[in-house]
Design a binder for this molecule. Structure first.
Ligand code: 5AD
Ligand code: SF4
Length: 459
């Protein structure tokens, strides 16, 4: 199978040229990148390259990068220098280093001249070019760093199921890009316009995962809830079709946009037993004034209406969200509006970020006028409020009995197991002897940070 859905197989013939060359992929940023890295593994594996899990043994290191905040990009530049220095210090040969992902797409040409040097640059829609590019690296005589970037609307990756961890949630990207233009966001530039994967291809991919032993999928996209195939199949209809796949047990999805959380979609999520009752719906700010400046296309009261409806129709639903603090023009009063939402919605998890100005985004024209020290203070206050809210939520769960699925051994303590509920709560079971994938009833005895402690009910 090609790394791309059928219609693209002819554009870049896969070359059997890897010759066992050892490749290591290091992934940064969102789950779309995690999926893409799996797809890269598939493309290179099929072309005779050997994917390795240790960076020191690799002849080629690919960094799959993120551009969403400036800090993420700085980290990559220093990481290239760090890899080169570590190899030097250990007396090992230098690997070829390639930059993939959003940063490659955004900076293509510029990265070719970067210091420390990188050997190739491949943007988000061109990973099928990797086998040829990597093979050419070994031919000698090449002087310039190749950069292959540019959007190809019909190019969709299919990551092979055998690269996935068995029984955990298997990622399935259902579309790429974004047609919203939130004023702070670089994604529409790096990932391009929203382009859907054919529902037939999505279903084939999921059946492949199930055939390989997988029982859970996470449908991925920048705005999965905006999925629409040729005007006839929306996200709710896609969920219905995915839920009809035999032997698939659980369906999650990331990320939703408040604008697309129609009552019909929430009713569908509530009705379909396989669809997990966990909604990650970023709000970004609790202030209508800031939401307008961000061009989020909805107001806070509409968000509340959506949350209230979800609570009515989706049993045991939990929520998580992203917030940005210190967006241009954000006053203390705007920030307090954000805290009010956090106190009212009672999210299970909140991901919060200091506003980071990105080159070329619409908000670049607004003055980045909240001083860094103030952004840091707001971020710390937001996290403290969320902690307080979460402690209350978590304390109220003690004594409840939940159904949870074993995901595998926990890192600590030895012998403990990691489990997850359908509504995305993590539970640690000490000294349990259960198979990965087993669904069990657990009684909640406590909570440490975001992980609950549980015990199995005596038979
Ligand atoms: N600055 C800070 N945070 C950002 N995000 C997106 N763009 C920016 C930016 N310029 C955050 C949003 C988004 C998450 C993935 O990253 O909260 O939901
Ligand atoms: Fe960025 Fe907004 Fe699109 Fe999300 S919805 S990817 S924040 S432009």
């Amino acid at each position: 199978m090609s790394g791309f859905t059928e219609n693209l197989t002819d554009l870049q013939p896969v070359r059997e040229t890897g010759d066992g060359t050892r490749v290591y992929v290091e992934t940064y940023g969102c789950q779309m990148n995690t999926y893409d890295s799996q797809a890269i593994g598939g493309i290179l594996g099929r072309s005779g390259f050997a994917m390795v899990t240790g960076i020191d043994e690799a002849e080629v290191v690919l960094l799959n990068t993120c551009s969403v905040r400036e800090h993420a990009e700085h980290k990559i530049v220093s990481r290239v220098g760090e890899i080169r220095a570590q190899r030097r210090d250990r007396g090992l040969s230098q690997p070829a280093i390639g930059i993939c992902g959003c940063m490659a797409e955004r900076l293509g040409e510029e990265l070719r001249r970067s210091n420390p040097r990188v050997d190739l640059v491949v943007g988000v829609d061109n990973y099928d070019a990797l086998p040829g590019l990597l093979a050419d690296l070994g031919l000698g005589g090449r002087t310039a760093t190749p950069a292959v970037v540019g959007h190809r609307p019909d190019a969709h990756y299919v990551a092979p199921p055998d690269l996935y961890p068995t029984n955990n949630s298997h990622l399935v990207t259902i579309h790429k890009g974004c047609d919203y233009n939130c004023t702070y966001c670089i994604v529409p530039a790096t990932r391009g316009p929203q382009c859907e994967k054919d529902p037939a291809a999505i279903l084939d991919e999921i059946r492949g995962i199930v055939d390989a032993g997988g029982r859970e999928v996470t449908l991925l996209g920048q705005n999965v809830t905006a999925y629409h195939w040729q005007g006839e199949l929306d996200f709710a209809a896609l969920l219905e079709r995915v839920a009809a796949v035999d032997e698939l047990r659980r369906i999650r999805f990331l990320t939703g946009h408040p604008r697309d959380m129609h009552p019909h979609l929430m009713d569908t999520i509530g009705r379909l037993e396989k669809v997990c009752p966990w909604l990650h719906i970023p709000l970004q700010s609790g202030s209508d004034r800031i939401l307008r400046r961000m061009k989020r296309l909805h107001r806070r009261d509409e968000y509340y209406t959506m949350i209230d409806h979800a609570r009515q129709v989706i049993p045991d639903v939990t929520f998580s969200a992203d917030f940005i603090v210190g967006f241009p023009g954000e006053t203390e009063a705007d920030f307090q509006d954000t805290l009010e939402v956090i106190r009212r919605v009672k999210y299970d998890q909140v991901f919060s970020f200091k506003y980071s100005e990105r080159p070329g985004v619409p908000a670049e024209k607004l003055a980045d006028d909240v001083p860094l020290v103030e952004k840091k203070r707001r971020l710390a206050e937001l996290m403290a409020v969320q902690d307080e809210v979460w402690r209350e939520t978590a304390a109220a769960c003690v004594g409840e009995t939940w159904r949870a699925v074993v995901e595998g051994p926990a890192r600590r303590p030895t012998g403990a197991l990691r489990l997850r509920t359908a509504n995305n709560r993590k539970v640690l079971l000490k000294e349990a002897d259960l198979e990965t994938g087993a669904a069990v009833e657990v009684r909640i005895t406590g909570c440490s940070n975001t992980t609950f402690l549980g015990e199995t009910n005596p038979a």
